[in-house]
Design a protein around this ligand. Structure first.
Ligand code: SAH
Length: 385
C-alpha cells in the first residue's frame, strides 16, 4: 500500500488502487470494461486524468470522539460506523481538508461536542464541503443532530474567517438515526446557500443536495464524449434523463433544437431550471419525476436522441421499455457502473438497438470505480432484413 500518499489507506478502503502506478490503474479499468462490454461493442482506450490526485470536489467528514474523548473527524472505516481520523486525503480538494480541520479546532475552542447518536448529546454530526474547481467557491454544510446550536452565528463567522475560500455555509438538521448524511431541513447561515462551477463553457449553480460529478475536469471530457456520440446537427429533440442540475443537456443545447430534462430530486430540478436561465439557454425545459414514468407517459414528446445517466443501480425496466418504444434513433448511455451498464445494454440490444462503441473515462483515479459512455443506435428496418 502507498503509505507515502496516505497513512490510513487500509483502514479507509476508499482508494482500492492506490498501490498501483496510475498507468496500471488505467489498464485494469480498461480490461474490466472490455470484459463486461465484449458481447456488445468495441471499447476505445480509457481517457485517463491529467491530475489523478486531489480531484474530488465533494468531501464528507464524520465527527465523533475517540476513547479518550478527543474530537476526531474523518471517514467511516469500510463497512463500519467507526471513524478513521483523516488529516488530509490525497484525492480530495485540499480546501476541503482545511475546512474540516478548522471545524474541528473551532469545536474545541467553542466547547461544541460531536453529536452522539445513542445519547442525543452533542451537536455536530457531519461536515460536507463542496468546491467549484474553476470558480474557487466553497460551500460548507454543517450537519447537526440537535436543533439548538449555541453560538451558531459566532461559530460560522469564525469558520469563514479561518478559511478564506468559503463562500457559503448551510446548517442542516439531521436528528434521525440513519446512515443518510443530510436531514430534511436546511438553513443558510452565510452566503447564498449554493456554489457555482464552470463546465463546458457554462456556469452551473449547485445546491447542497444536488448531484454534481465529483471530478469536474474529467466530467467535461465525459460530456464532450457523450455529446460527440449524440451526433447533433441542430435539428434534434433531445432527452436528458437523470439530468441532475442539467449539465449534459445544457452543454448539448446549443447543438440541438430542443432539450428536455427529467430528474427525481426537486432541488436539482430547480438548479437545472436556474442554470438554463443563468446561461441564457431558451430551448431547454426541466421536469421533476421518475425518468421511466415520464417517458412512459409520453411527456418527453417525439425524441431523436436520449442521453441517459442513471445512478449506480442502472436504469429500470420501465425506463428501458419506454425508451425502446419511443423510437429514438440514438441513445447515449453514461454509466458509473459497468455491471449495470452491461445488464441494461443486454436489454436494449435485444429490443431493437445495437451498441456501436464505448469509451471509459477515469473519473475516479486511485479508486476501483470507472465511468463509461456508450453510443447506442436504433437498428433500421433495412438492417433487419
Ligand atoms: N447527469 C447528471 C446527473 C447524474 S447522477 C450529471 O452528470 O451531473 C444521476 C441522477 O439521477 C441524480 O441526480 C439522481 O437524483 C437522479 N435519479 C435517480 N433516480 C432517478 C429516477 N428514477 N428518475 C429520475 N432521476 C433519477
Amino acid at each position: 500500500m502507498n503509505k507515502a500518499l496516505c497513512p490510513v489507506t487500509e483502514k479507509c478502503g476508499g482508494c482500492q488502487l492506490l498501490h498501483l502506478p496510475y498507468r496500471r490503474q488505467l489498464e485494469q479499468k480498461q480490461q474490466l470494461v472490455e470484459r463486461l462490454l465484449k458481447p456488445y461493442c468495441p471499447v476505445k482506450p480509457i481517457l485517463g486524468a491529467e491530475n489523478p490526485l486531489h480531484y474530488r470536489n465533494k468531501v464528507h467528514a464524520a465527527f465523533g470522539t475517540d476513547w479518550q474523548g478527543h474530537i476526531i473527524c474523518g471517514t467511516y472505516q469500510a463497512g463500519t460506523h467507526r471513524i478513521v481520523p483523516v488529516q488530509q486525503c490525497c484525492i480530495e480538494d485540499p480546501t476541503a481538508s482545511r475546512v474540516i480541520n478548522a471545524v474541528r479546532k473551532l469545536m474545541i475552542a467553542f466547547h461544541i461536542a460531536p453529536y452522539n447518536e445513542d445519547t442525543g448529546r452533542g451537536i455536530i454530526r457531519h461536515v460536507l464541503v463542496r468546491t467549484g474547481r474553476r470558480t474557487g467557491q466553497a460551500l460548507v454544510t454543517l450537519v447537526i443532530g440537535r436543533p439548538d446550536f449555541p453560538a451558531r452565528k459566532a461559530f460560522v463567522e469564525a469558520l469563514v474567517q479561518n478559511c478564506p475560500g468559503i463562500t457559503s455555509v448551510v446548517v442542516n438538521l439531521n436528528s434521525a438515526k440513519t446512515s443518510m448524511i443530510l436531514g430534511q431541513s436546511s438553513r443558510v447561515a452565510y452566503g447564498r446557500g449554493w456554489i457555482e462551477d464552470e463546465l463546458c463553457g457554462l456556469t452551473f449553480g449547485i445546491s447542497p443536495s444536488s448531484f454534481y460529478q465529483v471530478n469536474a475536469e474529467q466530467a467535461q471530457r465525459l460530456y464532450e464524449t457523450a455529446i460527440g456520440y449524440a451526433g447533433l446537427t441542430g435539428r434534434e429533440s433531445l432527452l436528458d434523463a437523470y439530468c441532475g442540475i442539467g449539465t449534459i443537456g445544457l452543454a448539448a443545447a446549443g447543438r440541438a433544437a430542443r432539450v428536455t430534462g427529467v430528474e427525481l430530486n426537486p432541488d436539482a430540478v430547480q438548479d437545472a431550471i436556474r442554470n438554463a436561465r443563468r446561461n441564457g439557454i431558451a430551448n431547454a425545459r426541466f421536469f421533476e419525476g421518475d425518468a421511466g414514468e415520464f417517458l412512459r407517459a409520453g411527456k418527453a414528446g417525439l425524441l431523436d436522441v436520449v442521453m441517459m445517466d442513471p445512478p449506480r443501480a442502472g436504469s429500470d425496466r420501465r425506463f428501458l421499455q419506454s425508451l425502446c418504444q419511443s423510437g429514438a434513433g440514438r441513445v447515449v448511455y453514461v454509466s458509473c457502473n459497468p455491471e449495470t451498464l452491461a445488464r441494461d445494454l443486454d436489454y436494449l440490444t435485444a429490443h431493437g438497438y445495437r451498441a456501436l462503441e464505448a469509451t471509459p473515462v477515469d473519473m475516479f483515479p486511485q479508486t476501483e470505480h470507472v465511468e463509461t459512455v456508450v453510443f447506442v443506435s436504433r437498428v433500421t428496418k433495412n438492417e433487419l432484413k
